[in-house]
Design a protein around this ligand. Structure first.
Ligand code: TEU
Ligand code: CA
Length: 549
């Protein structure tokens, strides 16, 4: 059976302001990315997801777009984008862009016109409401970035909705002119050679504000099906929707094999189980592997044959995996490889976030002023003002701030990690001298070559792409072990998430059988006996060819 090309593809996310600075202004840029395409080709990735590079006042680092069809000068020009698309294509790499259409920037011409007058032809591109009788906002809803979700606009005496910063007014998808304009823009980018889109908070474009519905709104799937038909549906594209509200039932609708919506979604259940129900990421919960495995197993089994998973530990909004789930100290390399093996042998399309393939870690700035992320800075101020302890908030920031992922990429041990020759927009993580691409490329046992091998394995073993998933040892608190099975092969994936040696009892059916070791971060195990002891953060994969019944 033929399957979509992205079933065995691996995607690499680039956060352009932190990837590579070609002109030494401290800001990453498109020519910098082009200069690193051979590195990405060596890693073996198939697709680059490029976080926004469009014109923007950069209130939310480009997720506040003021021109969807021109490039921010700090990143380069449209000609640079055309060069990137062409240079990537030569290396067999596709480019997908970040589509941010739940909201625009308040400096987009649409909003500049809309706020000038109620008669503006663009007034209804946004969501306006009258103040309450006492002049207060239409509701007491909060923005993700602190403060009210409503901003009062003096000239026309109404409030506008913004679920994120007040410089990110929500677009009104109830107005047919909005999808019409968005679809036309998407088609022009597809005509320009992009291979699809990552869709920012796409679960919010079905909102029904007056009924208080913001995510998974009643019109969401109709709108995605209309977008599919009007744009990428005819183009064999990869589309991945960011959907914080998605559960498995929703995900089946988004990613159903008949292809009338998206290829897949980013759901965040495995992330949110680490957050406090009331305080979110600012009150992290202790790591619980049993819970994590249950979530992975649920998504693997419930979407098998009925949808398609994305697989990720990291992105530009999340802390670095090796700090969050592994060990950034003594076992940094081994635990980073363990995490890669645990994730990449599951069913779905894996996403590697820039620097994850090096085992880059979280950063610990002492001063809140060293952090640039609007969410981090605003929530620090708001929560401290509300009486939360500043040192507890800094500890939560060290664990979960989005800036953990946004410090510049480590290319080598020269000043500014080879990212730039001048002070970068966000300080470089001081550990760049020990952790960088040059060091990894010189070490056959590095994290980089583990990821390279995992990408090759995915292309060489259909059981990884389409095999059944079976969780083993569901109650084991330190070991994540699972099977992948199809008619021809059985794979055992066995990973120790702890810094201790642990013993495991695997099913009898797996013992004393000679297999071959597909990948390991320690010894090359090819057979198992009853008394299997895993070293700290050990991970291995054994493959048995299923002898015909
Ligand atoms: O993120 C959506 C989003 O909700 C996250 O920022 C989330 O709220 C937060 O990390 C959890 O506390 C997308 C983009 O990925 C993010 O970078 C943007 O800031 C946001 O949308 C607005 O465009
Ligand atoms: Ca630059």
């Amino acid at each position: 059976m033929t399957h979509p090309w992205w079933h065995d593809a691996v995607v690499y996310q680039i956060y352009p302001r932190s990837f590579m600075d070609s002109n030494n202004d401290g800001m990453g840029d498109l020519p910098g990315i082009i200069s690193k395409l051979d590195y990405l080709a060596q890693l073996g990735i198939d697709v680059i997801w490029l976080s926004p590079v469009f014109k923007s006042p950069m209130d939310d680092n480009g997720y506040d777009i003021s021109d969807y069809e021109d490039i921010a000068p700090e990143f380069g020009t449209l000609a640079d984008m055309d060069r990137l698309i062409a240079a990537a294509k030569v290396r067999g790499i596709r480019i997908i862009l970040d589509l941010v259409v739940n909201h625009s920037s308040d400096e987009h011409p649409w909003f500049v016109s809309a706020r000038q007058s109620k008669e503006s032809p663009y007034r209804d591109f946004y969501i306006w409401r009258q103040p309450q009788a006492d002049g207060s906002p239409p509701s007491d809803l909060h923005s993700y970035f602190g403060g009210s979700m409503w901003e009062f606009d003096e000239p026309t005496g109404e409030y506008y909705l913004h679920q994120f910063s007040k410089k990110q007014p929500d677009l009104n998808w109830d107005n047919p002119a909005v999808p019409e304009a968005v679809h036309a823009m998407m088609n022009r980018w597809l005509d320009r050679g992009v291979a699809g889109f990552r869709m920012d908070v796409i679960d919010l474009i079905g909102k029904d504000v007056d009924r208080g519905i913001f995510a998974k709104g009643p019109k969401l799937h109709d709108r995605l099906q209309a977008m599919n038909q009007a744009t990428f549906g005819q183009r064999d594209a990869l589309t991945v929707g960011e959907a914080w509200s998605a559960d498995t039932e929703e995900a089946k609708r988004y990613s159903n094999p008949n292809g009338n919506e998206l290829s897949m979604v980013f759901q965040f259940e495995h992330i949110v189980i680490g957050w406090d129900p009331e305080h979110g990421k600012w009150k992290p919960r202790p790591f619980n592997l049993v819970e994590l495995k249950q979530v992975f197993a649920k998504w693997q089994t419930e979407l098998h044959g009925q949808g398609w998973n994305s697989l990720f530990w990291n992105n530009h909004d999340l802390p670095r995996a090796v700090s969050k789930y592994g060990d950034p100290g003594q076992y940094r390399v081994r635990s980073a490889k363990m995490l890669a093996i645990a994730l990449h042998l599951m069913q779905g399309t894996p996403y590697i976030y820039q620097g994850e393939e090096l085992g880059m870690t979280n950063v610990q700035f002492d001063a809140i002023d060293d952090y640039q992320d609007i969410e981090t800075r605003n929530l620090f101020a708001e929560r401290v003002a509300a009486g939360h302890d500043a040192s507890e908030m800094m500890a939560a920031i060290h664990e979960n701030s989005r800036d953990n992922a946004r410090t510049p990429m480590h290319w080598d041990d020269s000043d500014y990690a080879g990212f730039s020759q001048s002070q970068s927009w966000l300080k470089v993580n001081p550990n760049y001298r020990e952790i960088n691409a040059a060091q990894c490329l010189a070490d056959p046992e590095s994290v980089f070559f583990c990821y390279q091998q995992l990408i090759k394995l995915r292309k060489a073993n259909d059981v990884i792409v389409h095999g059944d998933f079976e969780l083993l040892l569901p109650e084991h608190e330190k070991v994540f072990a699972y099977l992948r099975v199809d008619q021809a092969n059985t794979l055992l994936v066995c990973t120790n998430f702890s810094a201790e040696s642990v013993s495991v009892q695997l099913p009898e059916s797996l013992l004393h059988k000679q297999g071959d070791c597909l990948i390991s971060n320690l010894e090359q195990r090819t057979t198992l006996d009853e008394n299997l002891t895993l070293a700290p953060f050990e991970a291995f994969v054994i493959r048995w060819e299923k002898t015909p019944a």
